[in-house]
Ligand binder design. Structure first.
Ligand SMILES: *Cc1c(COP(=O)(O)O)cnc(C)c1O
Length: 399
C-alpha cells in the first residue's frame, strides 16, 4: 500500500501521538478502591508512596532518607516544593524557556520572578553555563527539566547550585525512569524532584504527581500544605485511636492530595514502569534506524549507560528539508498520524513574553529547535508496524 495515496490513507486507523496503557490489573485495583468505602487519600495513596520509594531504589540507588509525597499533579508538587523552600516575592528562580508553562508558573504563584535561559542545542536541555550567567543576588533556585526524558546535566547544575548556595528542584515530569551519571532521577542531590502521572506521561494516574525529597523539613511542610495546612489528614483522623474530629490549621494550605482512586492506578502502572520504558526505548531505536539518511536531526540518546525515559521522540528537520515543520505535520495528519510540538517555548507565549519583555533572539537555540521540531507518536502499545507506517509517511515527503 502506498502511504501517500490519500484514498488508501483514509481507510487507515488514526494513529494517536500518545496513548495510556491501562491493563486489567489497573482496572481491578481501581474497582477494589471503589468498593472499599475509602476513595480519597488513604491506604492506596500511602501504599503508592511506599512503592514509589522502593521503585526508586530497585536498581540499588541510594534511597536513604528519601520522602515520597503523592500529589494530584506535578504542578502541585513543584508549587509545594518551592513553597516549602520559602521562595517568595523578590526571589528569582532560573529555568529553561524550552518547557511546558507549569515549570515556570509555580514560581509566579509564589510572587517570585522567573529567569528563563536557553538550551544546549545538542540535548535540548537547559544550558548550565547560561544558568550560571543568569544568577543574581536575588536568585534562590534552579528548576532543570529533563526534556523528553533525557536527564539534564545534573552534575554541572548541582555544582553551580552548591557554589552559589541555590536550591535545585527537578521537573522530572518526563523522567520516569531516567538516570544521570548512572543514578536514578529522584535520588540525585537536589532539594526536590517532581514526577508527573498526567494521562500522556510514561506512567499515569489520569492526573497525579510525586514529590520526592531528602529534606525532612521540606517533606513535613509539603505534607501539611498538600491538604489545607491541616495538622492531621482525614485518613489519619479516621484511623486514629483518639477522637477523630480534631485537627488544627497551621497555614493557608492547598488542595493537592492524590485520591486513592488515582493511587490505585499508580500502584500497578509503577509495576510496569520498566517494561513500559523498554518498549519506549525499542520504539526510539526503530525510529533512529528507519530515519537514517533523511534531512532530519535525530533526538540525542544521551550518555552510554544512562537511561532515557523516551517520554517524547522529538525530531528536528534539518535546514535542507524540502518541507517546513508545519507542512510536515499537515502531511502526517493527512496520513492519519497524530504528532505534536513540545513545546511552544515560553518566550513566545504572550504572558511570559510580555511579563519579562522577552525576544526570540535571546533564546536562539530554543527558537531554532522550535521552528524545526515535531514530536512523533511514541507509546507502549504502538506496534513495530505503526512505527514503520510513521517512517514511511516521513520518507514519502523527506526522502
Ligand atoms: C506534564 C508536565 C508538567 C505538569 O505535569 P502535571 O502533572 O500535568 O501537573 C510539568 N512540566 C513538564 C515539563 C511537563 O511535561
Amino acid at each position: 500500500m502506498n502511504p501517500t495515496d490519500p484514498s488508501a490513507s483514509s481507510t487507515l486507523p488514526f494513529l494517536p501521538f500518545a496513548l495510556p496503557e491501562i491493563g486489567e490489573d489497573d482496572i481491578a485495583e481501581v474497582v477494589d478502591t471503589l468498593r472499599s468505602g475509602w476513595i480519597t487519600t488513604g491506604p492506596k495513596a500511602k501504599r503508592f508512596e511506599a512503592d514509589f520509594l522502593a521503585w526508586l531504589g530497585d536498581a540499588g540507588d541510594d534511597i536513604e532518607g528519601l520522602h515520597c509525597i503523592a500529589v494530584n499533579s506535578a504542578t502541585a508538587g513543584l508549587h509545594l516544593a518551592l513553597e516549602a523552600l520559602g521562595i517568595g516575592p523578590g526571589d528569582e528562580v532560573i529555568t529553561t524557556t524550552h518547557t511546558f508553562t507549569a515549570t515556570a508558573e509555580v514560581v509566579r504563584y509564589l510572587g517570585a520572578d522567573v529567569k528563563l535561559v536557553d538550551i544546549d542545542p545538542a540535548t535540548l536541555n537547559i544550558d548550565p553555563a547560561l544558568v550560571e550567567a543568569a544568577i543574581t543576588p536575588a536568585t534562590r533556585a534552579i528548576i532543570p527539566v529533563h526534556y523528553a526524558g533525557l536527564a539534564a546535566d545534573m552534575p554541572a547544575i548541582l555544582a553551580i547550585a552548591q557554589r552559589h548556595g541555590l536550591k535545585v528542584v527537578e521537573d522530572a515530569a518526563h523522567a520516569l525512569p531516567s538516570t544521570s551519571a548512572g543514578a536514578r532521577v529522584g535520588t540525585l542531590g537536589s532539594a526536590a524532584t517532581v514526577f508527573s502521572f498526567y494521562a500522556n506521561k510514561t506512567i499515569t494516574t489520569g492526573e497525579g504527581g510525586m514529590l520526592v525529597t531528602r529534606d525532612a523539613e521540606l517533606a513535613r511542610r509539603a505534607r501539611v500544605m498538600r491538604l489545607h495546612g491541616m495538622s492531621r489528614d482525614a485518613f489519619d483522623r479516621f484511623t486514629a485511636k483518639v477522637p477523630s474530629w480534631y485537627y488544627e490549621i497551621v497555614a493557608p494550605g492547598f488542595k493537592y492530595n492524590l485520591t486513592d482512586i488515582a493511587a490505585a492506578l499508580g500502584i500497578h502502572q509503577l509495576k510496569k514502569a520498566h517494561a513500559f520504558a523498554q518498549r519506549r526505548a525499542a520504539i526510539a531505536a526503530l525510529y533512529h534506524q528507519a530515519l537514517q539518511g533523511l534531512p532530519v536531526i535525530l533526538p540525542p540518546s544521551g550518555p552510554a549507560g544512562d537511561l532515557h525515559a523516551w517520554h517524547l521522540y522529538v525530531l528536528r528537520l534539518a535546514p535542507q528539508s524540502p518541507l517546513s515543520r508545519n507542512a510536515l505535520i499537515e502531511h502526517l495528519f493527512e496520513q492519519r498520524i497524530g504528532c505534536s510540538v513540545h513545546y511552544t517555548p515560553l518566550h513566545l507565549h504572550p504572558y511570559w513574553r510580555d511579563r519579562y519583555s522577552l525576544r526570540a533572539v535571546q533564546f536562539p537555540h530554543s527558537q531554532q529547535a522550535y521552528d524545526a521540531m515535531l514530536s512523533l507518536p511514541i507509546y507502549t502499545s504502538m506496534t513495530d508496524a505503526d512505527v514503520r507506517r510513521v517512517c514511511a509517511a516521513l520518507r514519502a515527503v523527506l526522502g
